[in-house]
Design a binder for this molecule. Structure first.
Ligand SMILES: C[S@@+](CC[C@H](N)C(=O)[O-])C[C@H]1O[C@@H](n2cnc3c(N)ncnc32)[C@H](O)[C@@H]1O
Length: 239
């Protein structure tokens, strides 16, 4: 039987995500792709940035995939700017297989009604489809993609410490090294001392590996009944 590499699937909140046939895994939670992205990554990062009055952010995402976090990040920033809280950011992604992003980007431009109604409702700030299209097209021209953590580290511009780090490679069962000390210690200089990293994975071995790699860890509730109870934040420990 000949399987395609990827298929789009509908998740429980009605939003799409890609299914990776080779890995046998969904790129975002089947419990709700947009919901997970917003609750575990985009909302906490944007709210922390607002609280810190940091108008200019450097975002690095480990695992761009189809770009759910990327699209919701930019559209949420647009929604906030319409509420009078403008924010500018650069977005760099580490992605070994950008094919999923090309599929994602094409789908986001075809799914503007779904994206705009989701983002407008989440932030209580109306964004139009044409504003969303302009926003994503502009963000696409500015997005920087590197293929590995090693490539990021070796590039002086790209290794500038991030204010926001989205730790979103596939889960531990598929990608154990991304959750173990050897890789995590490499992140220490890549996240600013006041920066914050976000993950939907929050299992105990990951938390233990983060602490051993020089990070402090918190596991706030996702605050959404449809998702798993907790998400994870980590940041460089002082000293
Ligand atoms: C869970 S998906 C990312 C979902 C995405 N953040 C979104 O919001 O739609 C994981 C992605 O991480 C990428 N990835 C996993 N390990 C990687 C590595 N060591 N280097 C670069 N990319 C990696 C995979 O190719 C895959 O596209």
């Amino acid at each position: 039987m000949d399987f395609q590499k990827f298929n789009w699937i509908r998740t429980r909140d009605g939003s799409p995500t890609l299914w990776h046939n080779g890995e046998g895994a969904a790129f975002r939670s089947q419990k709700g792709a947009f919901t997970e992205s917003l609750c575990a990554f985009v909302r906490p990062a944007l709210e922390a940035a607002q609280g810190a009055h940091a108008p200019e952010l450097r975002v690095v995402e480990f695992g761009l995939g189809p770009g759910t976090n990327w699209a919701l990040w930019h559209l949420s920033a647009l929604a906030l700017s319409k509420l009078g809280s403008p924010l500018t950011s650069s977005y760099t992604a580490i992605e070994k297989d950008p094919e999923s992003f090309e599929l994602g980007y094409a789908l986001w431009l075809e799914s503007l009604p779904l994206l705009t109604s989701f983002v407008s409702a989440e932030w209580d700030s109306e964004i139009s489809e044409s504003e969303a299209r302009d926003c994503l097209e502009d963000a696409r021209t500015k997005l920087r993609i590197v293929s590995s953590l090693e490539q990021l580290v070796s590039c002086p511009v790209e290794s500038t410490p991030a204010n926001v780090w989205f730790h979103d490679p596939f889960g531990f069962d598929i990608n154990p090294s991304a959750y173990q000390t050897e890789q995590l210690t490499k992140l220490k200089g890549l996240i600013a001392p006041t920066g914050r990293a976000y993950s939907y994975a929050c299992n105990s071995p990951f938390q233990k590996a983060l602490r051993a790699s020089g990070f402090d860890v918190a596991t706030p509730e996702t605050g959404n009944m449809g998702l798993k109870r907790e998400r994870l934040e980590f940041w460089p420990s002082l000293g």
